[in-house]
Structures are given as structure tokens and as C-alpha cells.
Write a new protein. Structure first.
Length: 321
């Protein structure tokens, strides 16, 4: 469910950053800023994965050009039979391929569909329907990217209403939420057909995983509106705390798993509690070095244009959702 929540937050943030009056020029600036934000951390994360694999196995590992190219072109899949996997076992990076293709799809739809932006949710729904169909004829991850696009787009629809009214209402979001329900219902049929064919259902494998993801998205939406109904009690004391790590969150996401693998394989201290004493600080330091310090250096040399900040936390918390 956590990844589905992040997809919706990503959709919200990207849509809100664009605003209705965004021009083609500023849309290109937006795309450049996204690329600059992702590329350095991804390169370091892949290099770290390769380096840690060498330390664990006691010898320099082959670069694996095919796997590396697949990761750099965001063609990573988790379905059995697909040859491109997260580079050297850095498994959290599976979701980055989804995110990047969603950025690309949003950029195209937003710039091409300027005259019918209020109808883009139906294109998002059609994309997910095509994902269902495509997943039945191909083991490629791209149909699964398309399948979950409607989840990401729900966040974009939330942002559109937030921009227009200062809040988000269940009444105005009925169509995108119903779209997720529809896709989930269709996927139940896929799971039933799979099981009736005598194939095993494994919770963390296709097609059960996708049903769990869609169900998690609906649960997260229900939880958000329920939390809103009681006035976002304890929001600042819980979710609000993540504001502190937001600037380095991508680095933590990309770097933590290889370091975790290293700690598990080498057991430098012999106790997991003491392993965390070096693992956590090292992850944070690396994330800060790349996500903050390196980003500042790169932005001095690469003009990416003005940045539109997301809505203030206090506004989004106390707004009408």
C-alpha cells in the first residue's frame, strides 16, 4: 500500500507543480527539472548496487550491460519471465520505472491535451484498461505500468480540485475513484481466471500482487477521506514528521537496500541493533550528499527554470479533502 500512496502523492505533486496556466515552455522546464532530480541519484544508486555486490562476493562483478541498460531505460519488471530485474538486487527500484513512465505520460498528456485537460482522467482510465488487456498477452512490464496509471492519476485529479477550490471533495472525485474500483474489479476477474486455470496464486507475484496494490490504493483513499472527516487529528505528529526527510527521501529509497544487503551479508558487528548504528547514518549521509549537495552543484551549471513549490503543509492538512 505504501507504494500506491506514494504514486498518488507523486501524481498530486506533479499536477500541482504544473498549474492550469502552464505553457509549453514551462512544461519543458518541468521535464528537465524532473530529469535532473532523478538521474544523479539513480546513477549513484546503481553504482552502489554494483559495488556492494562485488564486496559481498569478494570480486569485481561484471557490469551487465543488458541489465544496466534496462534499468537506465526504466524497463524493470517483476513478472516471472521478464529478463530485466532491479540492478544487482536493488529491489526497491522496481517502482521507479513506474514513476518515470508516469512522469512521461503526464508530460505528454498535459502538453498535447491543453484544450481538454478536464477530460484527461478518461484517458488515464483507458490506459489502465489497455494495461489489463496487454498483460494477458505479454510478460513485458509496460502493461502493468499502464494498469496502475489510474492510481497515479487520482493524485493528479486531487491536485486539480485543490488548485481550483483549496480542497478535495469526495463528490468531485467520484469519477476517478470509481475508475480505480472498476480497474480493481476487472483485475479480480484476471485473478479468478488465473486460479481456475490451475496456476498457483502467490501473494507477492503476478497477478495477486496487482490485486493487492489496487486494493491498497482504494484503502488509502478511504483512509484519507476518513481522516479528513475527523479533522486530520495527529497528522502533524505522524505523517507530518516525514517533511523532515523529504529532501533526501529519494536518496534513502535508492541507497538503503544495497547497504542493507551489505550489513546482512557481512554482519560487521554481529548484532542487527548495532549494525543499524552505522547503516542508518551512512544511508542518510549518502542521501544528503547526493540529493542536496550534489543537486546544488548541478543546478549552478544547469538552468532548469523556476520551481513551483507544493502547497504548504498546513494548507493541505486543514484544507477540505
Amino acid at each position: 500500500m505504501a507504494v500506491m500512496v506514494m504514486f498518488m502523492i507523486s501524481g498530486f505533486a506533479n499536477r500541482y507543480s504544473m498549474r492550469s496556466e502552464t505553457t509549453r515552455k514551462s512544461a519543458r522546464i518541468f521535464a528537465g527539472a524532473r530529469a535532473l532530480r532523478i538521474a544523479p541519484t539513480l546513477f549513484v544508486g546503481l553504482a552502489l548496487s554494483w559495488g556492494v555486490a562485488g564486496v559481498i562476493r569478494g570480486r569485481i562483478q561484471p557490469i551487465g550491460v543488458g541489465q544496466l541498460a534496462g534499468n537506465l531505460t526504466f524497463a524493470v519488471g517483476t513478472r516471472p519471465g521478464w529478463p530485466i530485474n532491479p540492478y544487482y538486487g536493488n529491489s526497491p527500484l522496481w517502482s521507479l520505472s513506474y514513476e518515470v513512465w508516469y512522469y512521461a505520460a503526464f508530460f505528454v498528456l498535459w502538453t498535447v491535451g491543453r484544450k481538454f485537460r478536464s477530460q484527461l482522467k478518461w484517458i488515464a482510465l483507458a490506459t489502465s484498461v489497455l494495461g489489463i488487456v496487454g498483460s494477458q498477452v505479454s510478460e513485458s512490464p509496460f502493461p502493468l505500468f499502464a494498469l496502475l496509471f489510474i492510481v497515479w492519476w487520482v493524485g493528479a485529479e486531487f491536485a486539480a480540485e485543490f488548485e481550483a477550490t483549496g480542497g478535495v471533495s469526495l463528490r468531485r472525485q467520484a469519477a476517478p475513484i470509481a475508475s480505480v474500483v472498476l480497474i480493481a474489479a476487472c483485475w479480480v476477474a484476471v485473478v479468478v481466471i488465473w486460479a481456475d486455470s490451475g496456476k498457483a496464486l502467490v501473494l507477492d507475484e503476478y497477478p495477486a500482487t496487482q490485486l493487492v496494490q489496487l486494493s491498497g490504493a482504494l484503502l488509502a483513499i478511504f483512509a484519507a477521506f476518513t481522516w479528513q472527516a475527523i479533522g486530520w487529528r495527529l497528522f502533524e505528529q505522524t505523517v507530518g514528521l516525514f517533511r523532515v526527510i523529504a529532501p533526501i527521501s529519494f536518496g534513502i529509497y535508492a541507497f538503503h537496500y544495497p547497504l542493507l544487503q551489505l550489513a546482512e551479508a557481512k554482519q560487521f558487528t554481529g548484532q542487527w541493533a548495532t549494525e543499524l548504528l552505522w547503516l542508518v547514518p551512512l544511508t542518510i549521509v549518502l542521501a544528503y550528499a547526493v540529493d542536496v549537495r550534489l543537486q546544488r552543484v548541478l543546478r549552478r551549471f544547469l538552468v532548469v527554470g523556476p520551481h513551483v513549490d507544493p502547497p504548504p503543509a498546513e494548507t493541505s492538512v486543514h484544507g477540505r479533502i
